[in-house]
Unconditional design. Structure first.
Length: 312
């Protein structure tokens, strides 16, 4: 998990902080009898107990898919970061790669509670997510009052709206295969679909150019498969965290890409108006480039927000 050079194609040219600038520790925690696993990144030196940023991957991804570079930069800037895999993905228990928003939120809540028990960090907890995990942290922030700040990068705010933009044919086919899997998997007749596919495929992500960009973030040593149970499509399409934004009281950053074909930047800007303490940044980027070619401006906005949002 702490390998340095390089683990995916998209980040080969990133400027990573020197390894001696931060420390890492592997941490596990239980959720409903299963084990989730993650890596804690700690700032170097003997300063005060830092705030901790709890991080999880986006739709269908593992924590090795570009996320360590962000966690390292948080640690280099003086924040702790706890980056974990959901159940069914990566190093955590389960291999189905099922995308289940409610279960993933439960994993996230358990990760927050585990992070609070780390002796080396302070009490301030920041919830961080990208794409689907941004949907999770926004929903959790609406339910909790013990969150210091929230960061949602290219946030998936409305699964229904995204599915509708793909057209009636996609909706009909996704519903058909999703329902077939929902009922059939109980009898050994389940179906899978790609997590990321071409525009004509039935997949969780189908937008033009997304497949190449997504696969360029895959850790070259990962055993990840480009597939998820088809019932995942139903769960994602019915996920609408946009309805909860008005309940969030913590300072919140939404980072939108003006070239994002999956999450329309204007919808993010409009949604941010319902936040009581919201900051929205629209930058020239697509859904995946904040992990690669647009990494520096994206991480710069996030660090600037944290400096303003948290009393260090």
């Amino acid at each position: 998990m702490t390998r340095r050079h390089p683990v995916n194609r998209a980040q080969r040219r990133l400027d990573r902080p020197p390894r001696e600038r931060f420390a890492t520790r592997e941490i596990a925690f239980d959720v409903d009898g299963d084990t989730c696993r993650g890596t804690l990144y700690l700032p170097g030196g003997d300063g005060d107990e830092p705030p901790i940023v709890v991080m999880a991957p986006g739709l269908g991804a593992e924590r090795t898919f570009g996320y360590p570079a962000i966690a390292e930069r948080f640690a280099d800037a003086g924040y702790a970061a706890f980056l974990f895999d959901y159940r069914e993905f990566g190093a955590s228990d389960g291999r189905s790669q099922a995308i289940h928003p409610a279960n993933q939120r439960a994993d996230y809540e358990a990760a927050v509670e585990r992070a609070r028990r780390v002796d080396a960090v302070g009490r301030d907890v920041v919830l961080w997510g990208a794409s689907l995990s941004a949907a999770h942290v926004l929903t959790l922030a609406a339910e909790r009052r013990d969150v210091a700040a929230v960061i949602g990068m290219v946030p998936m705010l409305d699964g229904r709206a995204i599915a509708r933009r793909r057209g009636g044919r996609y909706l009909a086919n996704a519903a058909r295969v999703g329902l077939r899997d929902l009922f059939g998997h109980r009898f050994g007749r389940g179906r899978t679909v790609p997590i990321v596919g071409e525009a004509e495929e039935i997949a969780a992500i189908t937008e033009l150019g997304a497949k190449r960009a997504y696969l360029d973030l895959v850790d070259r040593e990962s055993t990840w498969r480009n597939e998820t149970p088809a019932r995942s499509l139903l769960r994602v399409a019915n996920y609408r965290p946009v309805e909860r934004l008005g309940e969030i009281r913590a300072p919140t950053l939404l980072l939108a890409g003006t070239d994002d074909a999956i999450v329309d930047a204007e919808t993010v800007v409009d949604a941010a108006e319902t936040l009581s303490h919201g900051t929205v940044v629209s930058m020239p980027a697509d859904h995946f480039s904040p992990f690669g070619e647009d990494f520096e401006p994206a991480i710069g906005h996030q660090l600037s927000f944290l400096r303003d949002a948290i009393d260090r």
